[in-house]
Design a protein around this ligand. Sequence first.
Ligand code: ZN
Length: 418
Amino acid sequence: MFGFWLSHLTLPLLGLWSSQPRSDVGDSPSLCLHSKTLERLAECLEEFIVPRGYYDRVSYNAAQPDTLQRTAWSNIISSLLHVDGNCSSIQVPIPLKGFYDVVTFTENTGASFCVFFELTADCHAYRKGWGAMIVPARREAVSRNVHISAPHPGFDVGTPAQAAYIFKATGSKSLLIAGRTRTAFLNPSPCISTPSLSGYYETDPAPNNREPFFDASLVIYDWQQRRGCPSSTCAYIQMHGKGSSTCPLDQIFLSAGLGHSSTSKAWYINSNDRPVKRLRGHLQLALPLWNVSLPPDSSCALTATRNVVGRYINGVNEHSVCHTGAGPSEVSGKFIHVEQDDTSRGAELYMMWAAAVRRTFGTTCVEGMSVDPNTGLCAYSRPRGPAGDPVFDSVMFPGLSRSVRVQWLMWVPLLNDL
Ligand SMILES: [Zn+2]
């Protein structure tokens, strides 16, 4: 069993994405729609991310949405969340017409998605760069009220494709990808910026609430909250990537947006069930030789306490996110900030990641559907499957009987304390 894991860990995971040539998609993001899978589509669209140092003050201000465009942007994000069966039923609001569109994308598996994306680019860079949003085309294709995002395309290399795979393989509700690299305008963020915090730039949606990614995140959160977001089935997951020299002891470092204060550490350690803790447990189970850490386990500073989306999800008022941190008493654990090294982002671990997320969150199938034991997703006309997730089990426990798996699972909490 350990040999199986070791063989996975020693696979040449590095550079799987960076060595791939840029696809020949000219200057039209629409050509990305010829991609065969959703993760390849995300990878193709990432090629149009507004690159480092692209903006000055004038060009950045010109690329930002005006008031009408910002309202239209939020409205269409909401429309996408409501879609059920017909992507073309979504009317692109007039302020966005001509440079954004919603299209149906059907990948080679037959799964269909509504893709909201920017049509316009100059020299392979989006003219606007506000981002892209993808949802399953039909409500019945949603198995979990999980919302996944990639705030740092072009910088946290590989995260858009990884997020896209996890989104589709878990039957999640939405995928949001930013449209500019965080360094596109190298001016300090007016929202969260101090001389001691280098790297907090104006085009970084993590520390700036004026980036359209923030508006979209609020719409997604508010839409879901109105329908209920039980911690057993629902969360908002941001996928990031760190360099190998940053927090080098942690292959994966998860945070709920709380850091290293004593009250924050207590939040992670207490016995309350929280999505971020469950995800940590399942990832650690799948990767027992890795450090999958939470703030009490590691001094890693990537705790996302200044992430404006995280602060909002954690109960901070929309208008206070630039200067007010979240308090442990308000934090539900439904904001999950994933930091990970490059091996964790490799395509070889896509299935493991998706299985861990499926394990972390129960399904919310529409009436008449139940969990397909082969996929862990909602399906019609299948007998109700066991509580387990066979895909996950086959990755985790190849060749082991169910009773042995159950015994092994009983020991996992002890492993986590080692
Ligand atoms: Zn990041």
